[in-house]
Design a protein around this ligand. Sequence first.
Ligand code: F6R
Length: 614
Amino acid sequence: MCGIIGYLGYRDAYPILINGLKKLEYRGYDSSGIAVFYENGYTLYKSKGKVNELKKKISSIQIKGTTGIGHTRWATHGGPDDVNAHPHVSNSNELILIHNGIIENYHAIKIILLKNGFTFKSKTDTEVLVNLIEFIKKKNKLSLEEAVRISLNEIVGAYSIAIVEKYHPERIVIAKLGSPLALGINEREFFIASDPIPFLDYTKNVIYLKDGEMAILRKGEELDLRKIVDNHKLSPIIQELQINLKEIEKGEYKYFMLKEIYEQPKTILDTLRGRLTDGLIWINGVESNKNIFINAKCITIVACGSSWNAGLIGEYLLEELARIPVEVEYASEFRYRNPILEKKDTIVIVISQSGETADTLSALKLAKKKGVFVFGICNVVGSSIARNVDAGAYTHAGPEIGVASTKAFTAQIAVLVLLALKIGKYRLSLTEYRYNHLCQEFGLIPEKVNRTLEMIENDIEKIAKAYYNVNNFLYLGRGINFPVALEGALKLKEISYIHAEGYPAAEMKHGPIALIDENMPVVIIATKKGCYEKIIGNIQEIKARKGKIISIVNEGDVQVSMLSDYVIKIPNISEELSPLLTVIPLQLLAYQIAFIRGENVDQPRNLAKSVTVE
Ligand code: F6R
């Protein structure tokens, strides 16, 4: 979490920093700060709260300088306040640092620094790092870059950093281990950011620093890229970005989340493009590892949050269509419990929108260490997870900016359907008829998502108005729609702060039924084929306890509709593909409720888009 930004060149740094921080707010937004450098000095401002608070604080001040760094924070060490906000300054006031990540051994280092007379204003690990660099620099009379390099070799943890020396504003030193860092390059200028979006207006040439690399940026000079461990000089690899600026603008929508919900017909189409044509499925990463997929005896899917929910849908799909046993694991649990992975027969699939989630990345590294083939499903091109897997498939959903995942989630499901069908075809585990039928229906999904959005809009608004004030919600589904119930509950909690739980519908009897009374809305996914009769039984049980039923049913449904307080109708589709439609009303319902409650939908409290701390 946390977003970092920097500029070194000939333009005024301040507007680049402040606008860049706005674009990085998805990474954290509890405090922010900037430092802009001029000859022999700098201007530093910090503020608690969102970047707009910082902007307000600075609004009447002229900030001049063509070198600068900035930071938007998601608090780890020390609360979200002005003192703990970045940039952090060393004791002598000469070194100014921004940092994304966690220094795990900061406490031990702090004790050494305290013994050597250093003092600390904040509770952060970052203030420890900037003073460690100062300590090593002064003691050994080193250049900034060499002091940074030696200090970083003492560090345990994760970081992307940028540091400037007060008396040398013509130079910024940056380094990366575990947290993302993109470097934009133009003639006579450098842009630093946690992802390339903040500098897209200026350049599309980007270098993604790899773990263990550092760079010295000097005004008017070539980039100097090195290995942190031994100072070995490296040749930079410059990539040209393919992002369209429209993709990162809200356009006519009030919130990115709403835009992203409505983009889904297109994003699913983009996910399928070139991969599903006339009943043929082509996924490069699968094609080139065909035998691994044919011979696999089990698959472990590892992810967090919504991506974990998508993984659970993947379990139903892969077991049903490819007949391979699948386990779905939370990355944070998997990585710490010495999982049993049979090198020869197992495939690990990691799923991540950002491709930077710390626990998922560590789980992937653990699996690779155990010699297991790891396949990645990622949205962000060039992200750490995408770079570290053996093979993979991008979701192609485009930049997802709303903190609550929507279009990336459906794109993940789309890739999992492709994967299950493809492996099923390899392994002859589904009939030719079923395969062809599902491929044909799959091709219709973008259009059906579009129709779903048209069909549900008015109903969702009514339901949101009726229930935006309740304290609890229950979401129920069976089979492949149970994970969709989990996802619906997750969406509601994270953006509206209403407590919500997702359950397998029949499991309700074993506990949650105790919660049901006339104040409890229960959202039930009751599509035709998914144990329809059983679901009707579950609805009766809820009604007997006066719970309110909001049902998601197929067009033409009669039985469930008659029993429901509110009905949301969606197009008919095969059960295997139904999550791609059933989740849409749940996303929109969460959005509408949060909107009516006046919450900041795109930036829910305490959350960040990219969870780069464990
Ligand atoms: C929920 C949400 C989070 C993420 C989770 C994993 O709407 O966005 O639960 O799904 O933090 O993130 P990624 O997919 O980037 O690994």
